[in-house]
Design a protein around this ligand. Structure first.
Ligand SMILES: Cc1cc2nc3c(=O)[nH]c(=O)nc-3n(C[C@H](O)[C@H](O)[C@H](O)COP(=O)(O)OP(=O)(O)OC[C@H]3O[C@@H](n4cnc5c(N)ncnc54)[C@H](O)[C@@H]3O)c2cc1C
Length: 414
């Protein structure tokens, strides 16, 4: 179906924010149309096939501890799981650190992991319990500092900070100074403490495809770019569309260009190198963390968690750096992290995502306004937290705001 000249609601952007808004609006009976400049739904959750391997646009995972993961049909994604923990390399030796609550067999190795004294390990456990099980409103009332200061105050100690938290969080926050808001750190750590992380069998793009399918046939228009927006109309490369409400669900920079007065925070970037190994060197699916002297924040055998990423049983390895490294620069480091010979690594592809996600510096601006007035709404990870959760939560809020305006008497819908 081509883009109609008129719709009740137009959503600009078929990332998880726009699709979360659109699925709710469609479920409430709205005549909603979504348009996206790209050729696939899901926005930054993008996947392609390279030589038969499933390659996501940057290493990312779905965390079932996110509250909004409840909106997804998780079984249909056929997720393959990472274990909750990580491998640390210290002086060439690999040490496994596994959440003993969920993998009791990992307790002895975890107790011996070089991340500080038993007291420090107790502090890590206490911080995890606090973030995981304190009510969110109390977490959000705590004094806001940097993530690093939060961890130091929690007493995790230097060894755990440098060997575990800094590389682990750098891979998630896409910054290694740990200058991110302690409030976001607490929310993030909460999701890791409560959920599991996994990869869909058909790649991360499958998450967006699942939501797009729910919006309805012919209602998601790909390859259509919005060039200007107002509360009652959108101008696009496929012609103008009039609407009663317009939801701008693009990335922060594009939203700031389309809507005067919106500001974009500094984006984070990441470079990911994909290599192939004849087989995995590891017995269990764990993220291998970068070392303080290296360029990589992590390196992961994706196929240990999700075997469907390879069609022939070879192992697919994703290694991420915050600086725009070349594959040649990190090859030896990838080999050392996995304890394999550099000659065993076949380079598949490398990619840099320059605007991977917005920064979440203090003061954290959670739940930024989504209703801009006059029929114009905005959502996206820049209105909440820089994550799948933030994108989906902001889309849900935008949908509620639209429904309050368009269906004021339908309390259930809004
Ligand atoms: C490499 C990488 C790793 C990540 N790792 C994780 C992770 O492990 N866990 C996690 O929770 N989050 C992670 N994130 C962040 C997460 O992917 C994003 O926060 C989330 O996907 C943002 O969704 P969104 O809908 O807000 O924006 P987007 O996904 O950017 O969607 C915006 C859409 O708008 C479209 N668009 C832009 N301009 C126009 C226009 N003018 N007209 C029409 N359409 C337009 C774009 O094509 C895009 O599809 C990662 C991101 C990257 C890139």
């Amino acid at each position: 179906m081509s883009l109609p000249p008129r719709a009740e609601v137009v959503v600009v952007g078929a990332g998880l924010a726009g699709l979360s808004a659109a699925t709710r609006l469609a479920a409430a009976g709205c005549d909603v149309h979504v348009l996206d400049a790209a050729d696939h739904p899901g926005g930054r959750l993008a996947t392609e096939r390279v030589d038969g391997f499933v390659v996501d646009r940057g290493f990312q995972v779905l965390n079932t501890g996110y509250p909004r993961a409840a909106d997804l049909d998780l079984p249909a994604l056929e997720l393959g799981w990472f274990w909750p923990g990580a491998v640390l390399r210290v002086d060439g030796h690999a040490h496994r650190l596994v959440d003993p609550r969920r993998r009791p067999a990992g307790l002895p190795a975890t107790l011996h992991a070089p991340v500080g004294s038993p007291l420090r390990k107790a502090a890590i456990a206490a911080y995890s319990a606090h973030a995981g099980y304190t009510p969110v409103d109390r977490l959000l009332r705590a004094r806001e500092v940097s993530a690093e200061q939060r961890l130091r105050t929690a007493g995790v100690g230097d060894a755990a900070l440098e060997r575990l938290f800094r590389p682990f969080l750098a891979g998630v926050l896409l910054e290694d100074r740990l200058e991110t808001s302690s409030r976001y750190l607490d929310l993030l750590w909460r999701s890791f403490a409560r959920g599991a992380i996994g990869l869909p069998a058909r790649g991360m793009q499958a998450v967006g495809e699942q939501l797009a399918a729910r919006v309805g046939a012919g209602r998601v228009h790909l390859g259509v770019r919005a060039t200007s927006v107002a509360g009652d109309a959108v101008t696009t490369t496929a012609g103008p569309v009039r609407a009663e409400a317009v939801v701008v669900a693009t990335d922060a920079d594009t939203a700031a260009g389309l809507v005067p007065g919106l500001t974009a925070t500094a984006p984070r970037q990441v470079t990911t190198h994909l290599h192939v190994l004849p087989s995995s060197p590891w017995p269990s699916p764990l993220i291998v963390l970068g070392t303080p002297s290296g360029r990589l924040v992590n390196s992961v055998v994706l196929t240990d968690a999700q075997p469907a990423y390879s069609r022939d049983g070879r192992a697919l390895v994703a290694s991420s750096s915050l600086l725009p490294t070349t594959a040649a620069e990190v090859r030896d480091e990838v080999a050392a992290l996995h304890g394999v010979g550099a000659a065993d690594l076949d380079h598949l592809t490398s990619l840099t995502v320059p605007r991977a996600q917005p920064a979440a510096l203090p003061p954290l601006q959670l739940r930024r306004p989504v209703d801009l007035g006059g029929g114009l709404y905005v959502c996206g990870d820049h209105r909440d937290t820089p994550s799948i959760q933030g994108a989906m939560a902001s889309g849900a809020r935008a949908a509620r705001a639209v429904l309050r305006a368009l269906r004021p008497t339908d309390r259930g819908a809004a």
